[in-house]
Design a protein around this ligand. Structure first.
Ligand SMILES: [Zn+2]
Length: 285
């Protein structure tokens, strides 16, 4: 049994951030509105999610309004079960489809590797949007939901216009991960966010990006993805073996190993392999 290492902080008076130390610093966000609490993503472990639900109810005395899911990955989805069943779960339609397609199967796999997930019931989004953007009004707050694909094709961002705070899901994370997504889309999403110039970014994993550092951090991630493409293209161009990609350190692309606390190098290599394979497929077709 792993010790619970969830911790929380306040991003502003109305925004709480919960981070799991047990799973890649994944984040869950709660926004307090006059209409109730809106929860964006839930942590993967049942005990952490239950702790958050209890904490919010007790501390704020507010009811829950709804939940928003940034994308279908288990580390954002599983904890949703700990919140009232009557709540709407808002997401992109592609997220709902993905969960209907692969959700139960991957939950079974998770249960086999750790029985702690026996407690989890998979929750499927109830309100989705397909084209363009969606606006969510909750009391005094307006949330703009819009696609930020790349990490996955269903990833969305949630922008709070007034505060200029962006909850980015995994479109922004301490090491951009595109392994099962699309490199070009990931890059375009980061550039789109840079253009929006939010004041604060709550990323899917890792610490909050604060006013004054938003541009620098986004530029670092953009440079990283461009570097991954250049390195992969070089190995391909020189006709070197695919496994040579393992020898390219993360630091060569301007990022450090520490931030995610897990196998950073492995994630980085997965990015290189993903881009390499796509370039190779494109060059031979
Ligand atoms: Zn993810």
């Amino acid at each position: 049994m792993t010790e619970s290492c969830m911790y929380w902080e306040r991003v502003s008076e109305k925004i709480y951030l919960f981070t799991s130390d047990r799973y890649a610093l994944v984040n869950s966000v709660a926004v307090l509105t006059e209409a109730g609490i809106i929860v964006v993503d839930a942590l993967p472990f049942p005990d952490e999610a239950e702790q958050i639900a209890r904490f919010l109810a007790l501390r704020t005395g507010l009811k829950f309004h709804s939940m928003i899911l940034t994308h279908h990955h288990m580390d954002h989805v599983y904890g949703l079960f700990a919140f009232p069943e009557s709540l709407d779960i808002i997401a992109h339609e592609r997220c709902r489809q993905k969960l209907l397609d692969v959700g139960e199967t991957s939950l079974q796999e998770a249960r086999q590797s750790d029985p702690i997930f026996d407690q989890v019931t998979l929750r499927i989004p109830t309100v989705t949007f397909t084209e363009g953007e969606m606006s969510l009004n909750a009391g005094d707050k307006v949330f703009r939901l819009f696609p930020l694909p790349g990490h996955t094709d269903d990833n969305i961002g949630i922008f709070m216009e007034e505060e200029r705070i962006l909850i980015a899901g995994d479109a922004v994370m301490a090491i951009p991960i595109i392994a099962d997504g699309d490199w070009q889309q990931a890059l375009d999403s980061l550039k789109y966010i840079r253009e929006m110039s939010p004041e604060t970014i709550i990323q899917g994993h890792g610490e909050v990006i604060l006013r004054g550092e938003v541009k620098t951090v986004l530029n670092r991630y953009i440079t990283y993805l461009e570097c991954v493409r250049d390195k992969a293209a070089r190995v391909l161009r020189l006709g070197r073996e695919r496994k040579q990609l393992w020898n390219i350190p993360l630091e060569d692309c301007g990022l450090e190993r520490v931030p995610l606390g897990i196998a950073s190098h492995r994630l980085h290599v997965a990015n290189l392999l993903s881009v390499y394979d796509k370039l190779k497929a494109a060059s031979s077709s």
